[in-house]
Design a protein. Structure first.
Lengths: 402, 355, 297
């Protein structure tokens, strides 16, 4: 029997020890994870970009965490006040603007892949298998099956996957897009090597040549072995401490995932919606290019690179001030995550009012409209129906509107 | 501290966080084999002392030895042979009396499960609960609860019994039974420390006494020694008319401290039994006789009493002198020193709530 | 416990010469058994657990009666899944009980454990037997955990039985849309049940600590429920995102990992590890507090 014989000091020693042990345990975790940081061979930014763009896609499986802190008012709280039931246990769409989302990625680097958006107790999956693709929402057990009308045409177009509007972002996709689009408008530098998901990685820094954009810099962590981008972080000019948006692996394994993950079989009892994606013929592509010209009156792009301002005209701003899915033509506002868009679609009758109160909370009144201001992107909704979007200050948008 | 002591404390002190000193540097000495009456008004610190003896409350200062071992350090080794009833019985109300004892015994690390049923039956029988063992504890009367508490201490033979107010809630019959139990335990060789705020309840069974008053141990010792320190007094009942004569005679006989106790017609001494308190006991109001043998003379208002210290004068001589002086003597008692008197003198109050 | 020699090495004349005062074999086992009998045998606890068992029964019945109503497709996927497959009624029932009813069960068990014994006065009699305070605290923890385990088990079992009766048992569709055989599905659901049970251990120990602070069992119970509720609320405040991973309730819904195509053992392990951390810290606090406290009731 111990208690009466142990000195009184032990009574405080034991809790102190327990707390220290636990704190040490938590503190050691990242240290252990970072222990594998290794020296990587010297390289130059240009060489690295070339290697990334040239690198073969890698078969991999991993966990991706997306974090956004755009400096917007607390959307979840606003939604809660407005009466939107954002259950913490389901994949919360507002997390895309503020908060954290977890995705899981599996790909064989060829024609098969699976990306899932993990809700607390739900999941939204996008599965690609060459000429077919499926999305599945565990929330309401609905499957959308995408096929192409002419599989052979897919190969002709040089694509390996069916284009699905619900495709989820992964670090390689995001990095490739960024490097291709913005590389030429940026100064490329290398930062000290780092460790991402336990792997030694280069850090490429894209600093906008423009001094007027809201974007401060973009860092891309690139795996030292496979040259696969592991993490993309976008920093606003205002906040050098924390990235405004970050998309990166927390865990990654470069190996071909198992067949069980990459194959899809529609579960019994699920509602299936069939969608045939028409692949354009060459003639249609040419026609589309011509149409793009026609689009000019409605979508104008001014400025270049980081300072681009996209002006959209002829939009029913009244409807925008409602929400996607409440308008007459839902497909016009296809949400990046259809499963989540459907969540919106299932919103109660008072949805427009909720949307308006949300908008009121998010935006500020400016001359001739409302401005939604975030640390990276500003959106100007004008009463005349024009919408201006750009990674530039609100004043620039207002100036562009005049 | 001596091995001959079952309980010994030195400078035992408990100061509560409020600053109140509940127990003030007491040196308790309970010899092995003694029946130690631990007396004091409610709130005088008895229960806090007992809690410190048993390791339930940590002393602010001082040492405790129980059966020769330091407490609370040796609690695990020393508490087994100690049976305790602390501040009233406490059991799970939704269990039967018997199930409560089963639970306690099962939790006792050194109890033999094989003999449990027999020991429980015996303990219940000994306190007169054999028939009520199957009743839920919450249905017990106060007296039955007290008996169950005693039964729990009797599950195993003990070396030391610490009984805190064991007669609380018991009727006169129950109180007598507790006294008998204490005697039996003492006869078996068990040291008993029994606390009470009622002297009369335990006076008769104690071999030793300790008196607490506002946290201090104001008196401690063998009962005979304590009593010996007090003078024997003679008490004469006569008539008011003869009182001055009687007083003179007594003085002539060499008796000292001659007093007329202020028991007048309005202050009646009720039939004082072991379980009934004397209500109007104050420092200058003497209760002439406390105990089962008390009698009221039934002539209140006419009879007058006179007491004096004997100082070695033989009673026959007093009787003779009184008769010769033609004093009408209705009664003459030689009163052994009353402990009650001792306590009243020491604590300055009766055995009612102290504070 | 070390086998100490009796306290009376010197000769005694008392009746205790032949009595053995050193702990007997199995003393801890008897203490635990007595504690389990006390906790599980208590009528109030039995009624409460039986009431918990009604949750899956009523939930199952409600889903059965409204299975054709399109509105039932709202709410978490488990609810709608349950109408297809009785196995999911287990998960749905536990999901419903997790925010409040299970913490209440924990509070009920831990509030009684120390504060209840203190307020009844029985604590002092256990301690003078003597039962060492460390062992008593351990026994109390085991008793409280047992009640919580039984509560979780009853909800799961009733959920399975009612689910099987109303909706049948079929191959299990995971959150990822993949179908696994019934046996594997049952195993995963069993994992969910175990995970939820283990997720409550931190709260049990916190409740036990609270219970050592007071002699009023109701106060301890309320405080324990408040801890769980406040933790849940803090977990939803974005401003506190830095502390979210350390909140007691943060990984409570991590059981969903067991229903994904590839179980993220990392999350499961983190969730259980967090509980271990809370158990260690508050276990140490509870021990420190209980072994030092003055028992003045």
């Amino acid at each position: 029997m111990t208690s009466p014989t142990i000195s009184r000091h032990a009574r405080w020693g034991v809790p102190t020890l327990a707390v220290s042990a636990v704190v040490a345990g938590f503190a050691l975790q990242p240290l252990l994870a970072a222990a594998s940081a290794a020296d990587l061979p010297e390289t130059t930014p240009e060489q690295l970009v070339a290697q990334v763009l040239a690198a073969d896609p890698q078969p991999l499986s991993g966990t991706v965490v997306y974090t956004a802190d755009l400096g917007l008012p607390n959307i979840a709280a606003l939604a809660g006040v407005a009466g939107l039931n954002s259950a913490m246990t389901s994949a919360d769409p507002t997390n895309l603007l503020a908060g954290t989302s977890t995705l899981k990625v599996w790909t064989d680097a060829d024609s098969r892949s699976r990306v899932t958006l993990q809700g607390g107790t739900s999941e939204f999956s996008v599965v690609h298998d060459a000429t077919q693709a499926w999305t599945y929402s565990s929330h309401d057990q609905t499957v959308t099956h995408y096929t192409v009308d002419d599989p052979a045409r897919l190969a002709e177009l040089g694509q390996t996957e069916v284009p699905v509007p619900a495709d989820l972002p992964t670090p390689p996709r995001a990095a490739d897009d960024l490097l291709a689009e913005l590389g030429q408008h940026s100064t490329l530098t290398l930062d000290a090597t780092t460790t991402v998901a336990g792997r030694a990685a280069y850090q490429l820094v894209l600093t906008p040549k423009s001094t007027t954009t809201l974007v401060g810099r973009i860092t891309v962590a690139i795996d030292g072995k496979t040259f696969s981008p592991l993490k993309v972080a976008v920093w606003s000019r205002d906040d050098a401490q924390n990235p405004a948006v970050e998309l990166g692996f927390t865990d990654v394994t470069f190996a071909t995932p198992s067949d069980q993950v990459l194959t899809w079989s529609t579960p019994a009892g699920a509602q299936v919606e069939e969608v045939v994606v028409p692949l354009p013929t060459d003639a249609e592509i040419a026609e589309a290019a011509a149409e793009a010209q026609d689009l000019a009156p409605t979508v104008t792009v001014s400025g270049t690179g980081w300072d681009q301002v996209v002006t959209i005209t002829g939009l029913p701003v009244d409807e925008l001030m409602g929400l996607p899915g409440t308008g007459p033509d839902r497909s016009a506002h296809r949400h990046p995550l259809p499963g989540l868009a459907q969540d919106y679609a299932q919103m109660p009758e008072e949805a427009p009012q909720i949307a308006q109160s949300l908008l009121a909370g998010l935006s500020t009144e400016v001359d001739g409209g409302r401005l939604i201001s975030s640390s990276l992107v500003n959106v100007l909704l004008l009463d005349d129906g024009r919408v201006l979007v750009g990674a530039v200050p609100g004043d620039t948008l207002l100036a562009a509107a005049r | 501290m001596s091995d001959d002591l079952a309980v010994a404390t030195r400078g035992l002190t408990k100061r509560f966080r409020s600053g109140q000193v509940a127990v003030d540097a007491i040196d308790l000495e309970v010899p092995r084999g003694a029946v130690y009456g631990f007396l004091g008004p409610n709130g005088s610190g008895k229960t806090t002392t007992i809690r410190m003896l048993l390791g339930l409350v940590r002393p602010t200062a001082g040492e405790v030895e129980l059966l020769g071992r330091p407490m609370p350090q040796a609690a695990a080794q020393v508490l087994g042979p100690v049976g305790a009833l602390v501040e009233g019985p406490a059991f799970q109300p939704y269990l039967t009396g018997r199930a409560n004892l089963v639970r306690l015994d099962a939790c006792d690390p050194s109890a033999d499960p094989a003999t449990r049923d027999a020991r429980i039956d015996a303990a219940l029988a000994r306190v007169g609960l054999a028939a009520a063992g199957g009743k839920k504890f919450r249905q017990y009367s106060l007296g039955m609860k007290q008996r169950l508490g005693l039964a729990a201490t009797l599950l195993r033979p003990r070396e030391l019994m610490v009984l805190d107010e064991p007669t609380n809630g018991l009727d006169p019959q129950g109180t007598r039974e507790v006294r008998t139990l204490v005697r039996e335990l003492a006869d078996e060789g068990t040291t008993v420390l029994v606390s009470s705020h009622l002297l009369a309840e335990i006076d008769q069974v104690c071999t030793h006494l300790g008196v607490m008053s506002t946290g201090r141990l104001v008196l401690q010792g063998g009962r005979a020694d304590l009593a010996g320190q007090r003078p024997r007094r003679v008490e004469i009942t006569t008539t008011a008319a003869h009182l001055p004569t009687a007083r003179r005679v007594l003085a002539e006989q060499g008796l000292t401290d001659i007093r007329v106790p202020a028991v007048g017609p309005d202050i009646r001494v009720p039939a004082v039994g072991p379980d009934i308190r004397v209500p109007a006991v104050g420092p200058d109001i003497r209760v002439p006789a406390v105990g089962p043998d008390v009698r009221d003379d039934g002539a209140a208002g006419t009879a007058t009493r006179l007491t004096a210290v004997l100082d070695g004068v033989a009673t026959p001589a007093i009787t003779k002198a009184l008769v010769e002086a033609e004093v009408a003597v209705a009664a003459l008692h030689v009163r052994e020193p009353s402990l009650e008197e001792v306590f009243v003198e020491l604590t300055g109050e009766g055995f009612d709530v102290a504070r | 416990m070390p086998a100490e020699t009796g306290p009376t090495a010197e000769p005694t004349t008392g009746p205790t010469q032949t009595e053995r005062w050193t702990p007997r074999r199995g003393a801890t086992g008897r203490l635990l058994a007595a504690e389990l009998r006390l906790v599980l045998g208590r009528r109030r606890n039995q009624v409460f657990v039986a009431g918990l068992g009604l949750v899956p029964a009523l939930l199952g019945l409600m889903l059965y009666l409204t299975r054709d109503d399109p509105r039932t497709s709202e709410g978490p996927g488990f609810l709608t899944q349950a109408t297809n497959n009785g196995v999911f009624l287990v998960v749905a029932s536990l999901f419903m009980c997790l925010p409040f009813l299970l913490p209440l069960t924990v509070a009920l068990a831990t509030g009684d454990a120390v504060a209840g014994e203190a307020s009844a006065g029985t604590l002092r009699y256990l301690l003078v037997l003597p039962v060492s305070r460390s062992r008593l605290l351990f026994a109390k923890a085991v008793g409280a955990l047992a009640l919580v385990a039984v509560a979780v088990g009853v909800v799961a079992t009733v959920g399975l039985v009612v689910g099987a009766a109303l909706f049948g048992l079929h191959d299990v569709v995971l959150l990822s849309g993949t179908t696994v055989p019934l046996a594997e599905g049952m195993l995963r659901v069993l994992g969910v049940v175990v995970y939820i049970g283990l997720s409550l251990t931190g709260l049990v120990v916190v409740g036990l600590f609270v219970s050592t602070l007071t002699e009023v069992p109701i106060a301890a119970m309320v405080a324990t429920v408040v801890v769980a509720v406040v933790s849940t609320i803090l977990d939803t405040l974005p401003a506190l995102s830095a502390v979210h991973p350390y909140l007691l309730t943060h990984y409570w819904y991590g059981f969903a990992e067991l229903l994904r195509l590839e179980v993220d053992w990392n999350t499961v392990g983190t969730g259980l590890g967090l509980q271990v951390a809370w158990v260690v810290v508050f276990g140490a606090f509870a021990w420190s507090r209980f072994t030092q406290s003055n028992i003045s009731s």
